[in-house]
Design a protein around this ligand. Structure first.
Ligand SMILES: [Zn+2]
Ligand SMILES: [Zn+2]
Length: 562
């Protein structure tokens, strides 16, 4: 009898590649090679098809992004032998300390070995203890503690932009492999919450039990944690929980509503419609629209279903008309090769034109930000002259002269006023002294806003989602001051930032302050990230009129005058 082969899950295969990358990083190996392994590991973690099965059935896996011949060979070896000769060789040469770290592929071994040495410890367990007792934070700072925590602790949360691909993969699997007739992602994902801990779907199927058992084979193997006749929960190896809810076809719209809104939203909705669960199976709500119509409510966009005032607005017919991608007229924050970007002004302008934009603003880093190639005063003067020349010849797009100006520790700006006055507007940001307390950080921003050359506050809190919480600021005070001085905010669309948060963007909008939705693009390939900023703007209830770069150039120029 043949051995009952225990197939490797996609996560197990990905972990081996990640560990290989981790150990290679200690060997001074080619950084491109290390990055290639990491990228392949990410691809595999996000796939619905079992890579083990694909390999065993002789399929060509180089069709997947980031998997070339060499890596495909490595994956084949992992599947067929359970390991990788090159990985085993690195392991056999590794010190016991390094071996202990290698069980946690997200840890940076160089940083951890430094901790080991200083604390005179040598194992991941001791590292864990040092983390819990606060020693790491005390001696190495909060960023190091954060790194260690993320490396050691199994986290369920993923960022929204990582969920986008995962959702497509699960949806395709539900429809093609698991017998779903319809499948739609709901819950936090549909509301575009920026960090996702639980992915949930509504499905329609004739055989829910079969669908559930098929899902256990998703990604090679996915463990089921609970199942009833109408819902099933799984732990996805790529991080979050997965909840599948069965809908009776006739009440599809009602199912979407029940599983999309936050708890607070559903409570407010039930106050209008009566108990939502008891409405199901009567077959009256095939679409969401039919539900809203029958209770005299306007259609509530999913991003608004948070339980704030949207149900009330839906009753009174005062829901905001949320802005969309087609309202965007330009992009006001981007970098070129003059600082830390990878493309020229001309290339950025040509790409923006392809996006259908009327204008872009070039905002390279200012002189103090040396690590990001901050531009000297002299160089900015010549960039200004260059843009003037370009604008003389360009048709259909206008390049605005700007800079991402550092707000220095004392609240002054990083260029002379004489130079700043030559710019069409500025994006002013904090890139240093994150450790200031709330009061001091707030004062710093208020002082900066007092400068008449201050236009837009860039990424207001400096947060990096799941990495660092951002410095503390008094958003209310800053918004009031921005209103008085004529300054604006930015929703930085970088999917790791999304800063302003939707909550802070609401604070600005409530005072009638316009917010820019900016990509902070560092290359021509990042214009598409505007999508993520738009998602958060919609969560904040922003209409076209509240968004700075939904305004035509003429209006913008007036708005920028203080
Ligand atoms: Zn910045
Ligand atoms: Zn920037």
């Amino acid at each position: 009898m043949p051995n009952d082969i225990q197939i490797l899950t996609n996560a197990e295969i990905a972990d081996r590649l990640s560990t290989l990358a981790q150990l290679l990083s200690m060997e001074k190996a080619n950084p491109y090679k290390i990055r290639a392994y990491r990228r392949a590991a990410n691809t595999i973690r996000g796939l619905g098809e079992s890579v083990d099965e694909l390999v065993r059935s002789g399929e060509d896996i180089t069709a997947y992004p980031g998997i070339g011949e060499a890596i495909s060979g490595a994956i084949r070896e992992i599947v067929l032998t359970g390991t990788l000769a090159s990985l085993e060789k690195l392991r056999s040469n590794a010190s016991p300390e390094l071996l202990s770290i290698s069980a946690y592929p997200r840890l940076d071994p160089k940083r951890v070995l430094r901790i080991f040495k200083k604390l005179e410890i040598s194992s991941a367990e001791a590292l864990h203890q040092a983390l819990e007792s606060g020693v790491i934070e005390q001696k190495f700072g909060s960023r190091m503690a954060q790194h260690v925590r993320q490396g050691l602790v199994q986290t369920n949360a993923i960022l929204l932009y990582h969920a986008h691909d995962l959702v497509l993969s699960i949806e395709a699997y539900l429809l093609k492999r698991a017998g779903a007739k319809r499948a739609e992602a709901v819950g936090d994902y549909r509301r575009r919450v920026e960090v996702i801990e639980e992915l949930s779907f509504v499905v329609e199927t004739d055989d829910f039990a079969k669908l559930t058992s098929q899902m256990e084979r998703y990604g090679g193997r996915t463990s089921i944690i609970e199942s009833t006749r109408e819902s099933a929960g799984f732990v996805l190896l790529s991080g979050p929980l997965l909840i599948i809810n069965l809908s009776v076809g006739k009440d599809w719209g009602l199912s979407l509503i029940r599983h999309t809104g936050s708890k607070a939203h559903l409570k407010k909705l039930a106050a209008v419609s009566g108990n939502l669960t008891s409405l199901e199976t009567k077959g009256s709500f095939d679409t969401e629209q039919s539900f809203y119509d029958s209770f005299g409510l306007g259609f509530i966009e999913p991003e608004l279903r948070e339980g704030l005032d949207e149900v009330h607005q839906a009753r009174r017919g005062t829901l905001p008309v949320l802005m969309t991608r087609k309202d965007i007229q330009g992009d006001l924050h981007m970098h070129t090769e003059a600082s830390d970007g990878s493309n020229s002004i001309e290339q950025m302008a040509a790409t923006a034109q392809g996006e259908g934009y009327e204008y872009i603003g070039i905002s390279d880093h200012s002189q103090s930000l040396k690590i990001a190639g901050g531009v000297s005063e002299e160089k900015l003067w010549s960039q200004i002259r260059k843009i003037d020349q370009l604008n003389e010849h360009l048709e259909g797009i206008r390049i605005l002269k700007s800079a991402e100006v550092d707000i220095l520790a004392d609240g002054t700006l990083d260029y002379s006023d004489e130079l700043l006055r030559e710019l069409d507007y500025t994006v002013c940001s904090i890139h240093s002294r994150f450790a200031f307390g709330k009061e001091q950080q707030t004062e710093r921003i208020l002082r900066a806003m007092d400068n008449r050359c201050f236009t837009i506050l860039g990424h207001a809190t400096g947060r990096l989602l799941l990495k660092r919480p951002g410095y503390e600021i008094d958003m209310e005070r800053i918004a009031v001051h921005a209103k008085q001085t004529g300054c604006f905010f930015e929703i930085n669309s970088s999917p790791d930032r999304l800063d302003l948060s939707a909550e802070n963007a609401r604070v600005a909008a409530a005072l009638g302050i316009l917010t820019a939705i900016s990509t902070d693009a560092h290359s021509i390939h990042e214009f598409g990230t505007i999508r993520y900023g738009i998602e958060q703007a919609r969560r904040a209830g922003l209409e076209r009129t509240s968004v700075l770069n939904c305004q035509p150039l003429e209006t913008l120029t007036k708005l920028f005058k203080r």
